[in-house]
Ligand binder design. Structure first.
Ligand code: FAD
Length: 416
């Protein structure tokens, strides 16, 4: 990757942050004809399977990308734009981007306890509901993931974009680089922001790093996520070759959040193995970045310096063994824990806005951070919005440079 000059040129738009938001924004800026430089302390998933920075969630995402909820202004357009760009990339056979069949299964004690339909389900591809015991569903031709002694199963299946993160991130970096992108490793501090010269154009994709830097006083919710990686495990597919994955909610007696609601498990196979999860434990980070929050209930085991709920290992094993005849317990696992950062989840949500303080100094800086557990799913829609905010505020000539194929097609169907 070519390094940027330390003397940053005003011709180029700066993207701060090298997670999924930074890279997606940088590529959409390139697709609009701009020259772009990314500045960041750390490049997420840079040729590594295992992350080493728990504060950078891009390293941990599984990463399913189907329409669902996130607190963001104009969710419908953001979600639709994201799905459209994934489709445009799928047409180009973009490396690391796939379609998976995902099952969302709920064990219920009583058929009347139906789970509520998920948000934006009308936009999920081939969405189909089911209800019944495992053998009835099998007789109807539905091989639904289940524990062997599960009772009534309710839920739905659908097809979804899924990004195999190590492969996909490499391809994003390659795309960025062949389109003239530059990268510079740099810690961004307040001094750097204060010294930005008038005329600078930048997009802030620093995730959690934005909170102190921009003195963001809005609520900062951290949702801790625990995972096990089963390296080298085989792909799991249906008879048509479609990769299979699940989110599975057993009854709360089996796996429970601190507030008494049932917690769900997940299984996502990738080229390099399986990702087993999960937890959604709400809390915050203290000054030393230790997590303080509401932990899931039940026994844990220690591995690789992390305390992982036993349910993630045992219940996933039960489901996978019963469903596909495959064993988790005989395989070697690696444990990891990452933090999803939700900005102001009850009110304004994702920060997608021009910074008004900097605008007064003739600097256009657009914020794009705080995506919680949906930063991959919403990556393209939020980035498209950030580009749109930049252009509307700056009234610039967007097509200063020609855009070579196939990048010229990435924004097909999107109104900036
Ligand atoms: C366990 C887990 C599972 C998840 N699963 C999914 C999923 O299936 N689907 C989905 O859509 N989302 C998922 N997510 C959420 C998703 O990972 C995040 O929403 C997304 O990665 C946020 O990306 P980002 O680029 O905005 O921020 P980050 O990944 O935090 O990247 C921020 C960048 O800014 C840099 N940076 C920060 N501060 C500074 C500074 N001061 N100076 C210089 N550089 C700095 C960092 O080094 C990094 O490069 C999951 C998250 C977790 C933890």
């Amino acid at each position: 990757m070519p390094e940027a000059d330390t003397e940053l040129s005003k011709e180029r738009i700066l993207v701060l942050g090298a997670g999924i938001s930074g890279l997606s924004t940088a590529i959409l800026l390139q697709a609009r004809g701009y020259q772009v430089t990314i500045l960041a302390e750390y490049r997420a998933l840079n040729q590594k399977l295992l992350p080493d920075n728990p504060l950078v969630p891009t390293d941990y995402a599984m990463a399913s990308a189907y329409p669902h909820n996130l607190k963001v202004e104009n969710l419908n357009k953001i979600s639709a734009d994201s799905q459209r760009i994934f489709r445009n990339l799928e047409r180009q056979n973009f490396a690391g981007l796939h379609r998976y069949r995902i099952y969302e299964v709920f064990e219920v004690n009583n058929p009347a306890d139906s789970p509520a339909s998920p948000p934006l389900n009308e936009h999920r591809i081939n969405f189909e509901k089911f209800s019944g015991e495992e053998h009835d569903l099998k007789a109807a031709g539905l091989n639904v993931p289940a524990r062997s002694d599960a009772g009534i199963l309710q839920g739905w299946r659908f097809d979804s974009y899924f990004v195999d993160m190590p492969v996909y991130m490499q391809e994003l970096w390659r795309t960025f680089e062949v389109n003239g992108g530059l990268y510079q490793e740099k810690i961004i501090d307040r001094d750097f922001i204060e010294k930005l010269p008038p005329g600078t154009r930048a997009v802030n994709c620093l995730g959690l790093g934005s909170v102190d830097l921009f003195n963001d006083k809005s609520e900062c919710l951290i949702m801790r996520g625990s995972q096990l990686i089963v390296a080298g495990a085989p792909m799991v597919q249906d008879e048509d070759g479609m990769p299979l994955a699940y989110n599975y909610t057993p009854t709360r007696e089996l796996y429970q959040r601190a507030d008494g609601r049932p917690e769900y498990l997940h299984f996502f196979p990738r080229e390099d193995g399986w990702i087993l999860g999960q937890t959604r434990e709400p809390g915050r980070l203290d000054e030393d970045n230790n997590f303080i929050g509401e932990e899931v209930i039940g026994n844990r085991f220690k591995q690789d310096g992390c305390l992982i709920p036993l349910a993630i290992l045992h219940l996933n094993h039960e489901i996978l063994y019963n469903w596909q005849g495959i064993s988790v317990e005989e395989r070697k696992t690696v444990a990891r824990v990452g933090y999803r950062y939700y900005r102001d989840p009850e009110k304004t949500g994702v920060h997608l806005e021009v910074d008004s303080d900097l605008a007064a100094k003739d600097i256009t800086l657009v914020h794009n951070y705080g995506h919680g557990g949906s930063g991959i799913t919403m990556s393209w829609g939020c980035s498209a919005k950030a580009v749109s905010l930049m252009e509307k505020h700056d009234a610039t000539d967007s097509n200063a440079h020609s855009v070579p194929a196939p990048l010229d097609k990435i924004l097909n169907g999107i109104e900036i």
